[in-house]
Write a protein that binds this ligand. Structure first.
Ligand SMILES: [Zn+2]
Ligand SMILES: [Zn+2]
Length: 309
């Protein structure tokens, strides 16, 4: 890390870094850009690249904080967008430096990356639209030269040149071939929502309500929750088992002492609202088993993060 960038990193490690204060953050970005220009003028590629790294780290931290703020405001779609970009930019950023290095320690980059993925996994979005198209004109973001089977510039995709990342820019699309519906699109921005489905964001709202802030020591663990058969008296033995196995009740959990349902356990440092279970699939069930609850943790049932009306 170029020593001229150390003050920015040091500031970033403090609690009062202005993730929300626009004017202050603008000044920081301006200073980094000016520094980058000096490196570029000297053709100091490493210095310019370090500027890009610091800029990207700050931007991604802002994205993560913005996502958290949107979640606290129950603006789930807005939060989702921020998280999608946050995940993507970690993908672009991390190959360019060793974030376990001392310079970058205490920035919690690995933790934020992990938390981004965890938060995304709690959203009820499973399927995404992914368009496939015939490209008429593709150019390199660094040199602006056209890329096609007969012409290729020397810039490597996602490498950093003069402190900027190299992308391919689609300048013209000839036609859209098809629209795929997939679990793993390149961009998870356009999610699929069937008309008769209501998305359920309960897990997220509970997590947010119980956490003091975005970096509170919250943790989400996939778990099983055992519910007594009392809760499922309205299920016939030859019904599908309430555990969601798609076996019949009598051939599945009825043989056991309890019905074991997939659940997330949410642990937080917060002492707030830590005294109930919430069932998502079986909304008619309100389980209050105080003895099962440890301090600061609870179990949320979530066999299917969205449910049909
Ligand atoms: Zn190029
Ligand atoms: Zn079962």
């Amino acid at each position: 890390m170029n020593e001229e960038l150390i003050p920015f990193i040091t500031k970033l490690k403090t609690k009062d870094f202005p993730f929300e204060d626009n004017e202050e953050i603008k000044t920081i970005f301006k200073e980094i850009r000016e520094l980058k220009q000096i490196f570029v003028n000297k053709d100091d590629q490493n210095g310019a690249k370090d500027c890009w790294i610091v800029e990207t780290i700050i931007n991604n931290r802002i994205r993560y904080e913005n996502a958290w703020i949107s979640l606290t405001q129950r603006k789930y779609e807005k939060a989702w967008r921020e998280l999608v970009f946050c995940e993507k930019w970690f993908e672009y950023l991390l190959p360019h430096f060793n974030y376990m290095d001392e310079d970058y320690s205490d920035l919690f980059l690995d933790e934020i990356e992990e938390r981004t993925k965890t938060l995304m996994s709690l959203f009820p979005y499973y399927l995404f639209f992914s368009p496939s198209y015939v490209i008429k004109k593709l150019v390199c973001s660094i040199c602006n030269e056209e890329i096609n089977p007969f012409n290729r510039c020397d810039h490597k995709l996602r490498e950093i040149y003069n402190g900027e990342i190299c992308f391919r820019i689609i300048e013209e699309i000839k036609e859209i071939n098809h629209l795929a519906l997939t679990r793993f699109p390149r961009w998870k921005l356009r999610y699929f929502k069937p008309d008769n489905v209501n998305f359920n964001y309960d897990i997220l709202s509970i997590l947010i309500d119980r956490s003091e802030n975005s970096m509170d020591g919250w943790n989400v663990i996939a778990d099983k929750l055992g519910l007594s058969h009392e809760n499922f008296k309205h299920f016939q033995p030859d019904h599908y088992c309430p555990c969601g196995s798609f076996k019949s009740y009598k051939e599945c959990c009825m043989k056991n002492d309890s019905v074991y349902i997939n659940a997330y356990r949410i642990d937080t440092n917060s002492k707030r609202n830590n005294n109930h279970f919430i069932s998502m699939r079986f909304r008619q069930i309100k389980v209050e088993e105080e003895e099962k609850i440890q301090h600061g943790s609870s179990v949320i049932v979530d066999p299917e993060a969205f449910y049909f009306d």
